[in-house]
Design a protein around this ligand. Structure first.
Ligand SMILES: *[C@@H]1O[C@H](CO)[C@@H](O)[C@H](O)[C@H]1NC(C)=O
Ligand SMILES: *[C@@H]1O[C@H](CO)[C@@H](O)[C@H](O)[C@H]1NC(C)=O
Ligand SMILES: *[C@@H]1O[C@H](CO)[C@@H](O)[C@H](O)[C@H]1NC(C)=O
Ligand SMILES: *[C@@H]1O[C@H](CO)[C@@H](O)[C@H](O)[C@H]1NC(C)=O
Length: 404
């Protein structure tokens, strides 16, 4: 099965063209597949075949498209692609950047446990801000923070969005996206944070929301925080925007991180942002927020009491009401398996999977939330070439029907 990965990688980088234009290419293929496929072909009416194919994982759907002309026509049809959205069996993939300067890397498919070479549209380097939801990935540049795209990395469809309003050159920005699974319209949020000039303890914070229906930004909230600043972690779950804030050391607080909750439906909380404050569950070094089936989950490094830059483990918590409940802790053998583990790491999750990787190595650990099961991903097909080479990544759902 050696050829598989390269076939898929070839096809994935050409999916859009495949679907739209490449109807003729597999006519030559027909003669060689006259075994099992043919008898199925004869028995099954189109609708049934369509239904069966729609239950396949994305990568198999592309392979099925090369079986014969009839199958190809089915998997290329708009109706089939639309119907796929009704069958939600796809598992989220993890894209790992293998270079800090270029947007190159591989995507891990947890169903086949394989890595595919796919190209990401538009993004220029791995330090851009990235958020994803239901097949769409949003990228924002990390210099001017004015270039913003929403893309489907599978079909390569991409759209440039208007620049978010508000403060220019914020010190911190947090990006999140939320796609409505029924209507496919989406919201993007940017939380900007900038120090008030000459005052170390005061930070301007503003929340900006983009609506794909109106294609406009709104700024429902601006506030000044004292002793706390925003950061670059945020996520939207079930209509609520969550973001982490970080102590600037003014008040002698033992919690260096906290969570702010902002309801996007009724958007009315002037002067009240800190009322929604939920302290981090322990001394965290690196909190990462994610949407797991519309529930807020946080992954974080558990700091040593005396040396907060060294972590002794990684925990996973779910927000239950106003408090955190620990749902898992990375077993020590996996933690050790990363080799040197920095106090910062990449982690991203959706659906029922959470991916964790250290910046220092191309190893990827998967946590299956429902089964509470940890498992290494297949080794990424890259090797570390120099000691300071960094790896990072994000997860997204592979979907054909979703359009930016
Ligand atoms: C696809 O969707 C259409 C419209 O909802 C439906 O009538 C049809 O049965 C679906 N086909 C399959 C194969 O699921
Ligand atoms: C943006 O760039 C800064 C400075 O290089 C870096 O510290 C930060 O982590 C970057 N943000 C993201 C999201 O990569
Ligand atoms: C998305 O579309 C649905 C129905 O079409 C609508 O009720 C909803 O308000 C829209 N949401 C956003 C965020 O635009
Ligand atoms: C916003 O709506 C939620 C329920 O959807 C409610 O719990 C909350 O109190 C509301 N907030 C404000 C400020 O009205």
């Amino acid at each position: 099965m050696k050829g598989e990965t390269s076939w898929v990688s070839h096809c994935l980088s050409n999916i859009h063209r495949e679907i739209e234009f490449d109807i003729l290419s597999e006519v030559t293929d027909e003669g060689s597949k006259e075994d099992a496929a043919v008898s199925l072909d004869l028995i099954l009416p189109d609708e049934l075949l369509e239904r069966i194919l729609s239950y396949l994982p994305i990568a198999s759907i592309f392979r099925a498209g090369s079986v014969c002309k009839r199958w190809h026509e089915i998997v290329s049809s708009r109706r089939f692609i639309w119907n796929l959205s009704q069958v939600q069996l796809q598992k989220p993939w993890y894209f790992m950047f293998t270079s800090s300067d270029e947007p190159v890397g591989f995507a891990f498919d947890p169903i086949f446990r394989k890595w595919y070479g796919i190209e990401l549209p538009y993004i220029e380097t791995s330090n851009w801000f990235i958020a994803s939801s239901c097949g769409l990935v949003c990228f924002m540049d990390n210099d001017s923070r004015s270039q913003l795209y929403s893309c489907n990395p599978i079909t390569k469809e991409c759209k440039r969005l208007l620049e978010p309003p508000g403060l220019k050159f914020p010190d911190y920005s947090a990006l999140a996206i939320s796609v409505n699974r029924v209507s496919h319209n989406y919201s993007i949020s940017v939380v900007k944070s900038k120090q008030v000039p000459g005052d170390f303890f005061q930070w301007d914070l503003s929340v900006h929301i983009y609506d794909s229906e109106t294609m406009m930004w709104a700024t429902p909230l601006t506030e000044v925080l004292t002793g706390w600043r925003g950061g670059d972690e945020s996520v939207i779950c079930d209509g609520v925007l969550y973001f982490l804030i970080y102590s600037t050391g003014g008040c002698a607080s033992e919690n260096r991180h906290g969570l702010i909750t902002y309801n996007l439906c009724n958007r009315s909380s002037h002067g009240l942002l800190m009322r929604s404050f939920t302290p981090a569950p322990c001394s965290l070094t690196c909190g990462r927020l994610m949407n797991i089936k519309e529930k807020l989950i946080m992954v974080g490094g558990i700091g040593k009491q005396d040396r907060s830059d060294i972590i002794k483990g990684i925990g996973i918590w779910a927000l239950e009401g106003k408090g955190w409940q620990e749902i898992a802790r990375m077993p020590h053998k996996f933690f050790q398996g990363f080799g040197e583990f920095d106090d910062v790491f990449a982690s991203s999750g959706t659906g029922d999977l959470i991916y964790i990787q250290s910046y220092g190595s191309p190893y990827l650990l998967v946590f299956y939330v429902n089964q509470k099961h940890w498992r290494w991903a297949q080794k990424c097909p890259v090797t570390k070439r120099f000691p300071l080479q960094l790896f990072t990544g994000f997860c997204f759902e592979p979907r054909l029907e979703i359009v930016p």
